[in-house]
Ligand binder design. Structure first.
Ligand code: SAM
Length: 285
């Protein structure tokens, strides 16, 4: 098997190096390259990393690992889903590792989960090689649509209770998922009392992206709330999510928490909206 440009051999050991930005590279020791392919959209690797287990790498960037993928996937799904009083129709944009869909499927009242992922290969490979994250999803309520989420939302109106934007970083096909125009389209696809949530990047290194996301959502929704989790494999550890709605505010209302999860709990749901001072100071109010 070829060794991709992100993996080097040093003293007989394989190392994956994620180049996050000019000032930061993160290296992981690789046990085994399980699979590698170039899709029409991105370079995809499933790599078994020491300590982290089987992991999904897109264009050299770690997306989800068996060790900590659940933290991100539980946080991006359960916070909007416990905030909505009766989520029946859920749309996930991106989310190719299937972890968010797996969490959404824990809600009995959810009748349909449309998962719009641009790259069919990500879903196929995660189902095959990363069942710890994807759950090898076969729930009949999950409807896979392999399409560009930006175009997809333009075709929908007043349809979804919850929209989860589970995108990769704003590069390549995901750039448009961070634009105001896309959020406006997503708002039309939501029902009037719907909730949207998106991953809004690192509050340490990409505060501008987080503030832009907040500004875009504040421009079109009555309520905008940012919350945090710590995801060890995301550069800087802290990760932000931003939720918006015209009706439901997670700070004043939520349903009882009764799901099985590894990270999310009643306490986490309450505390995740508490933003440490050094981040709060830089957050546009
Ligand atoms: N948990 C991950 C993180 O934050 O690093 C991201 C989850 S998931 C792997 C992101 C997915 O978004 C990828 O599989 C990618 O193919 C998909 N994606 C990127 N741009 C997209 C678009 N315009 N429409 C639909 N899916 C898109």
């Amino acid at each position: 098997m070829n060794i991709s440009k992100w993996i080097t051999r040093e003293n007989g050991e394989l190392w994956l190096t994620e180049e996050d930005r000019d000032n930061l590279k993160i290296s992981y020791r690789v046990k085994e390259i399980i699979h590698e392919e170039q899709s029409p959209f991105q370079h995809i690797m499933i790599v078994d990393l020491f300590d982290f287990g089987p992991s999904l790498i897109l264009d050299g960037v770690v997306q989800t690992t068996s060790l900590d993928g659940h933290i991100y996937n539980e946080m991006i799904s359960h916070i909007p889903l416990v905030t909505h009083p009766n989520p029946k129709k859920v749309l996930i944009i991106g989310g190719g590792d299937c972890g968010a869909a797996r969490e959404a499927a824990k809600y009995k009242e959810v009748e349909r989960i449309d998962m719009v992922e641009i790259d069919e290969a990500v879903v196929r490979l995660c189902k095959q090689y990363m069942p710890e994250v994807s759950g090898n999803l076969s729930d009949p309520r999950v409807n896979f649509i392999f399409a560009d989420g930006i175009e997809y939302v333009k075709t929908k109106q007043n349809e979804y209770d919850v929209i989860i934007i589970d995108s990769s970083d704003p590069v390549g096909p995901a750039v448009g998922l961070f634009h105001q125009e896309f959020y406006a389209g997503a708002k039309k696809a939501l029902k009037q009392d719907g909730i949207i949530v998106c991953q809004s990047e690192s509050p340490l290194f990409y505060m501008q992206t987080l503030n832009n996301t907040r500004a875009s959502l504040k421009g079109i929704f009555q309520i905008t709330r940012t919350y945090l989790a710590v995801v060890p494999t995301y550069p800087g550890g802290f990760w932000s999510f931003t939720l918006a709605s015209d009706k439901h505010d997670p700070l004043t209302w939520r349903r009882e928490w009764d799901k099985e999860a590894k990270y999310v709990s009643e306490g986490i749901i309450k505390s995740c909206f508490v933003i440490p001072g050094f981040i709060l100071n830089k957050l546009d109010k």
